[in-house]
Design a protein around this ligand. Structure first.
Ligand code: FAD
Ligand code: NAI
Length: 468
């Protein structure tokens, strides 16, 4: 038996490693258990970080081929995919090494192997190579085991021809045709990567719209822009079968509402229909930890499960499957364990899609406000009227601010346009402080910046934008 620890965290993704660091800062003796060789979880190893590296590199490749000439830069880019993949791998290594450093710096003991709950106060670490298990004695356990790819029944993911996001980040050559199942965040980000590198990209989506849950006006504009970029969409359709014929896949697609099936050929099929909580091998049943009908661990508002001393955070519990949501829960649970009043404001969790242009959103959508019967005013400002966007020729998109009709409090901000993934932070701060559209409008914004579009949208709430 090793320990005793105040806290053992199972899983070192953004939820787990951040929780461990915050707990250590608060004076706890902490250990983490990770089954991967490196820390950082899905996000750093096969998610946020590698996808952003490829999005960045492929965006520059596309820009060099299509945008540079207009600025008087005459180049003909040539793709070296192997080098681009090495660029991505280097970025991942830099990030995961950084977490290993932070574990040491914060004096956190690290164990590699499969973590399971042997008893409410004991975590068992079983090395993946089958070596002898180690038991860790601890006052509290935080489960931060994240999520895994959701699969389509009867369709085997081999990560070569039929891939999840993990395989789509590792393709050895640009597919001639990529069929994406699911017009969500992964499908559109990774579809963008391969589209820019030369693939024909066809997206099959079950619903009659893309990016469900996002503001509909933003989603509609987003789809139009993606179509201009060469995407094709088949909405209200589902994949019901797949056959491999040598180097090609033949995919059967049917209307979601039923009807005649159609066969589509593709070199690579990306299954991106969501993710499911990962609880395999944790010993949840044996320890009596309750899960819901979507296999998410059930927690109370202190992140505690039905078993005293066992907590859970991140993708393995309910809520948006986002790295920053997992991180904030990690901080909150560490503070709660230290007797403080850590909490997460689920009303203000930004969401960003890192395509070009980017999509960013925080707070309530117009559809949600209408459904809740909340009276609101909307102010919208297009990037076409923003000086910086105009001079950079990145004028696609707009910023929309939604404010309470009576109090002017900002209830939601939705954007599509250049660098909006950065602009959204301002909206999150104003909402966190309970600020109004007038507060945003009266804040001095540097000129010429894209941020002025946020200020103008806030002015537009009161029908007084200057540049429109
Ligand atoms: P994870 O990051 O999944 O970490 C869980 C860790 O637990 C893993 O390392 C796993 O190996 C380990 N583990 C599991 N079971 C055990 C066990 N029994 N014992 C020991 N270790 C175990 N989110 C964003 O906010 N922004 C993005 O840009 C973004 N991009 C993404 C791109 C892709 C392609 C994908 C797939 C996801 C992306 N996400 C993004 C989502 C983000 O990765 C997750 O929301 C986030 O990683 C969740 O963090 P977590 O700590 O809950 O779990
Ligand atoms: P998603 O939930 O974003 O999208 C899945 C899409 O697939 C939905 O539009 C859904 O309607 C559709 N779908 C479901 N079943 C289908 C079927 N049988 N046929 C056709 N379409 C079907 O899930 P995605 O894109 O897989 O991403 C998983 C998670 O990863 C998300 O929760 C997301 O938050 C996170 N992520 C976040 C990123 C970011 O923040 N930039 C980037 C990538 C992933």
């Amino acid at each position: 038996m090793s320990g005793p620890y105040d806290l053992v965290v199972i899983g070192t993704g953004p939820g787990g490693y951040v929780c461990a660091i915050r707990a250590s800062q608060l004076g706890m003796k902490v250990a983490v258990v990770e089954k991967r060789v490196s820390h950082g979880g899905t996000c750093l190893n096969v998610g946020c970080i590698p996808s952003k590296a490829l999005l960045h590199a492929s965006e520059l490749f596309d820009e060099a081929g299509h945008g540079f000439a207009k600025m008087g830069i005459d180049v003909s880019p040539k793709l070296d995919l192997e080098k681009m993949m090495a660029f991505k791998a280097e970025g991942v290594k830099g990030n995961v090494d950084g977490i290993a450093y932070l574990m040491k710096k914060n004096k956190i003991d690290t164990y590699h192997g499969l973590g399971s709950i042997a008893a409410p106060a004991v975590v068992r670490v079983t090395p993946e190579n089958g070596g002898e298990a180690t038991d860790l004695e601890t006052k509290s356990i935080v489960i931060a085991t994240g999520s895994d790819v959701a699969r389509l029944p009867g369709i085997d993911i081999d990560e070569k021809q039929v891939v999840s996001s993990t395989g789509a980040l590792e393709l050895q050559q640009v597919p001639k045709k990529l069929l994406v199942v699911g017009a969500g965040v992964i499908g559109l980000e990774l579809g963008s990567v391969w589209r820019r590198l030369g693939a024909e990209v066809h997206v099959v989506e079950y619903l009659d719209r893309i990016v469900p849950g996002m503001d509909l006006e933003v989603a509609t504009q987003f789809q139009k822009i993606l179509i201009k970029q060469g995407f094709t969409f088949q909405l209200g359709a589902k994949v019901t079968g797949l056959e491999r014929n040598g180097s090609l896949c033949t995919v059967t697609v049917e209307p979601a509402a039923g009807g005649e099936a159609q066969k589509i050929e593709a070199d690579v099929v990306l299954v991106a229909i969501g993710r499911v909580p990962y609880t395999e091998g944790l010993g949840l049943e044996e320890s009596g930890v309750a899960i819901d009908n979507r296999r998410r661990i059930v927690v109370d508002n202190h992140f505690q499960t039905n078993v005293k001393g066992i907590y859970a955070i991140g993708d393995v519990i309910a809520g948006p499957m986002l790295a920053h949501k997992a991180e904030d829960e990690g901080v909150a649970v560490a503070e709660i364990l230290a007797g403080q009043s850590g909490h997460v404001n689920y009303g203000v969790i930004p969401g960003v899609i890192y395509t070009a242009p980017e999509v960013a959103t925080v707070g309530k959508t117009e559809e949600e406000l209408k459904e809740a019967g909340i009276e609101y005013k909307a102010g919208k400002f297009p990037f076409l009227a923003n000086g910086r966007a105009k001079v950079n020729r990145t004028t696609e998109g707009f910023v929309k601010v939604l404010a309470d009709a009576n109090t002017d409090r900002v209830l939601g901000v939705h954007m599509i346009g250049p660098h909006v993934g950065e602009l959204i932070a301002e909206a999150a701060v104003i909402m966190e402080f309970g600020g109004s559209a007038e507060d945003l409008a009266r804040t001095c914004h540097a000129h010429p910046t894209l941020t002025e579009a946020v200020k103008e949208a806030a002015l537009a709430v009161d029908k007084r934008p200057i540049h429109m």
